[in-house]
Design a protein around this ligand. Structure first.
Ligand SMILES: C[S@@+](CC[C@H](N)C(=O)[O-])C[C@H]1O[C@@H](n2cnc3c(N)ncnc32)[C@H](O)[C@@H]1O
Length: 181
């Protein structure tokens, strides 16, 4: 895949995508975390998703059971923001296509798009972080609790990024038809 789309985009957006070998080498710097489905990653200028895909790939490789639920957990732990709308759309579609090559996702397609639409988002992470909402997910049985955070607040609380007050909680079942124990 080419590392640039046009000279105009390079000059306007500093858009030069990272190649796969460099992505893998950089992720190896945080190797254990990159394979850990409970670790959260946020790419503040995700481009067309090279890091996002590689992280999801690593995390998925550790899944052995309860594949649908664990896949949902994996994608809920990875966030991407970009200032360019078509990069956001391309990243979401690449992730979805990658997941469907990994396994049959037809039963959880709606839940996947719900999370991708919340986690891979349009935003200016440098000049307008206050306009960006980050959704934190927590899991109990097969339900998800969503907790909304303002990105600017998160940046100001980097030591404990999800310990922010005044947030909204939303609960929903990941698999509405499945019995929980
Ligand atoms: C050098 S590319 C890197 C893309 C990707 N991280 C990669 O390594 O393949 C820089 C990206 O930053 C995005 N970008 C530039 N300014 C931004 C901003 N203020 N907020 C969010 N994204 C921005 C561009 O649209 C572009 O996709």
């Amino acid at each position: 895949m080419s590392q640039i789309k046009s000279k105009k985009r390079v000059s306007e957006l500093a858009e030069v995508y990272t190649n796969e070998r460099e992505v893998e080498a950089m992720l190896d710097l945080v190797k254990l975390d990159s394979y850990n489905i409970d670790k959260t990653f946020l790419e503040p200028s995700c481009g067309n998703g090279n890091f996002i895909i590689a992280i999801i790939h690593r995390k998925l490789s550790t899944i052995t059971d309860d594949k649908e639920f664990n896949l949902i957990k994996v994608i809920s732990s990875v966030y991407g923001i970009d200032i360019c709308e078509n990069n956001v759309q391309e990243t979401k579609q690449r992730v979805y296509d990658f997941l469907s090559e990994f396994m049959d996702i037809s039963n959880i397609s709606k839940q996947i798009w719900h999370i991708l639409n919340q986690n891979i988002i349009l935003g200016d992470t440098i000049n307008k972080p206050e306009n960006i909402t980050i959704v934190e997910y927590s899991f109990e049985n097969h339900s998800i609790c969503e907790n909304l955070h303002n990105f600017k607040n998160l940046l100001e609380h980097t030591n404990n990024i999800f310990d922010v007050k005044n947030t909204n909680y939303i609960n929903y079942r990941v698999f509405p038809n499945r019995q929980t124990s």
